[in-house]
Design a binder for this molecule. Structure first.
Ligand code: ATP
Length: 252
């Protein structure tokens, strides 16, 4: 047990359907985790279960020592678990700045800190959500989650559908969030990207963990990646740990 986030023999799904099958996982504070797996493996279901949006049939979720298995999503959020869903859920009629105030809680992640992380958002602060590009909406969704000052942030396919330049920008930002002390869990379709920005990785298959280890080791093992995910070897990540980032940018 890590006493941060502990998932114990969890069986969960939607309605009567079981998706996660006796899954156990311990997350350590300050260690970012990539959740990999083929389509339908249960990646999204895992983070939706941590947030309380699925049916839990068996097992338990402990957060900082407390059993949160039956707590409603809002209470989990209040206790410091942040979530950026795949759908982004940016409000078309609120401005960027309003998004960063609407759910804000005290802590280092103020609107200004978010603007420092995502300068594009500062330039767009008076624009409405509906006027933003897909990449800007994603940055805003992450920024809004950060302003709740979570201890753990769950990101569901944050790079999906973004142009390569924005993917690089977001990956660097997620790396900086980790350096600022936030623990992140990133669900990602592209192993190279996910492994380069995280400390540890798990691979899911049919709702169970079939591999767990350090991201760098998995990234360096082409045959294993091929077997687990059906992808050829990926570019090895930075050996010094999760992504190197420009030092001039400060984080809270
Ligand atoms: N709301 C839902 N109701 C019923 N079944 C669902 C629901 N969402 C997902 N599922 C099913 O749960 C299984 C796992 O889906 P999940 O979205 O967790 O996979 P994933 O690994 O995130 O895949 P992808 O990479 O395609 O998003 C799939 O069989 C899917 O059809």
């Amino acid at each position: 047990m890590a006493d941060f986030l502990d998932i114990e023999a969890l069986t969960a799904g939607y309605g009567d359907a079981v998706v996660l099958n006796g899954l156990s996982l311990s997350l350590r504070r300050g260690r970012s985790l990539a959740v990999l797996g083929r389509n339908g493996a249960g990646k999204t279901t895992l983070i939706e279960t941590v947030m309380g949006h699925t049916t839990v049939f068996q097992g338990a979720i402990r957060w900082q020592g407390a059993d949160i298995t039956r707590l409603p999503p809002a209470e989990r959020a209040r206790r410091g678990i942040g979530w950026v869903p795949q759908q982004r859920e940016v409000f078309p009629s609120l401005t960027v700045h309003e998004h960063l105030r609407v759910a804000a809680r005290p802590g280092p992640w103020t609107a200004d800190a978010v603007y420092e992380l995502f300068p594009r958002l500062r330039a767009r602060r008076r624009n409405h959500g509906g006027q933003l590009s897909g990449g800007e909406q994603q940055m805003l969704a992450i920024g809004r989650a950060l302003t709740t000052n979570p201890t753990l942030l769950l990101l569901d396919e944050p790079m999906e559908g973004l142009a390569p330049i924005l993917v690089a920008e977001l990956a660097a930002a997620i790396g900086r969030m980790g350096q600022g002390g936030l623990t992140t869990v990133v669900v990602e379709q592209h192993p190279a990207l996910a492994l380069a920005m995280t400390h540890d990785a798990i691979v899911l298959e049919r709702g169970a963990i079939v591999h767990a280890g350090e991201s760098a080791a998995l990234a360096a093992d082409g045959p294993l990646l091929e077997r687990l995910l059906g992808v050829p070897a990926v570019t090895a990540p930075n050996r010094d740990g999760p992504p190197s980032t420009p030092r001039r940018i400060s984080v809270p």
